[in-house]
Design a protein around this ligand. Sequence first.
Ligand code: NOJ
Length: 550
Amino acid sequence: MERNRWYKDMVFYQIWPRSFKDGNGDGMGDLLGVYEKLDYIKSLGCDGIWFSPIYPSPGADCGYDIADYMDIAPEFGGMDAFRKVLEGAHERGMKILMDLVVNHTSDEHEWFQLSRQRIEPYTDYYIWRPDPGNGKLPNNWDSFFEGKAWTWDPVREEYYLHLFAVKQPDLNMDNPLVREEVKKILRFWLDMGVDGFREDVITYISKKEGLPNDYIMPASKGMPHYNHGPHVHEYLAEFKADVLDHYDCFTLAEAPLVSPKKALSYIDEKNGQMDMMIQFQCVTADCLLTDYIPLPFSLRKLKKAFSSWQYTLKGKAWNMLYLENHDHPRIVSRYGSEQFREESAKTLAAALLFQQGTPFIYQGQEIGMTNWRPSDPGEYRDVQTIYNYEHTALNKTPQQRLERLWRCSRDNARTPVQWSSEKNAGFTTADTTWISVNPNYPRINVADQEQDPDSVLNFYRKAIHLRKKLSCVRYGTYKEYQKHSGKLYLYSMRDDRQRILVVCSFSKKNLKWKAPRDFYLGGAELILGNYNTTVENILQPYECRVYLWK
Ligand code: NOJ
């Protein structure tokens, strides 16, 4: 089937279900809650939802450890609730994207339970290795979340590989039976009517033969031997030819450490195996590869990330645009300023939303939610965060280690969405929530922002509305100006009908600026901004403007 690229005209909203909205009063988000909020999501101008995993799971990694790929977790409302949401979304013209996590399963998945007992045909579904003896492990790779990448299984009496948590054993994708299972999963959801998949760490699914020791990269040992591994393109092409090509759907590849050039080998519209890519460069402008190696925010680094993807993919592949998801702290606290929260949240929105690609907005981003700073480390829920606190930087004081989490933890983005100033932010009717609510909810919440025409929420609405109206944004050409500035992000989009200039200050002080030579502001219409009064050549703190020429 010739691919119908409807996703190019869309804006997606990411739901991380545990913390979106509780519909049944148990203190945890669920699909009933999502159903209640479909009109809200639509009102933002979003026409699609990406669900982080909602399958049955013991929850070792908040659902990214799947115990059954073909069901919906009872705590989220089960299959009936899902069908209701799917139908409700489709009635509103919205698409649904599921999270496909097939680099690994939960250790509680039936396949793993059978594999550890060497019951056929599951024996080789995972990556097992015998004990090399002398207290050694099969190789020197590290996991991302919990120490070494190997754990001993007393039942099978072998080690299994897990690139993430101990409870997330890696599947052996070289086994054709495992690939058939993946295809069954894809067909199951597509036949039910879902519209596509976000594919979790999909560039890791093929490991180098022999699983060699890694002497290349000291941090994240092992990655060069499984990221973009030897058969990854072949396996993805197989999924596409055997399943995806037969449906009107699209796929989004999560790809850590990928350059835009490399991305083309996956998502080139002529011969790629997938449609869009979640790259990490735009979310690492204040750290070295991972949030746990923080650096001062560099606007130049962010601009370079934005521009290189815009330039390299132009005419060849389609960008996925984002600044937030469930794996990184809140963007206002990182790239913006909590002091200028509203202004910087809006500038960040303008910086992102007028580029070419399909934007993804993460729950709470649209109201400018900020990082969370609990005083008790026992409040954290994320496996990576807890391991980090307990096992790293042990030369620091507990308070210093805690403050590190305030900056680095994924739980910053996982506190409940702040719906109102009522108890528990209107997220639930229960007395307690599965993770604490950020105490700033009386000040930052949806209900208040609904009433305020100048709120961050209404800014997102306006910006999305404009982006959809402007052909130059979706199909025009991007150009960046003054790229050496560490305070100003300036870019234009143009097609043969119109052009816009997007001006974003990342300065806490007034900033002088000048439009590029062929942009005469006298002839332009100011179609969006975050201050009511403006001075042409001076930008106020975190001011943003979008000018249009027709
Ligand atoms: C990427 C997901 O976004 C993250 O939340 C998860 O922990 C890892 N992959 C492992 O599945």
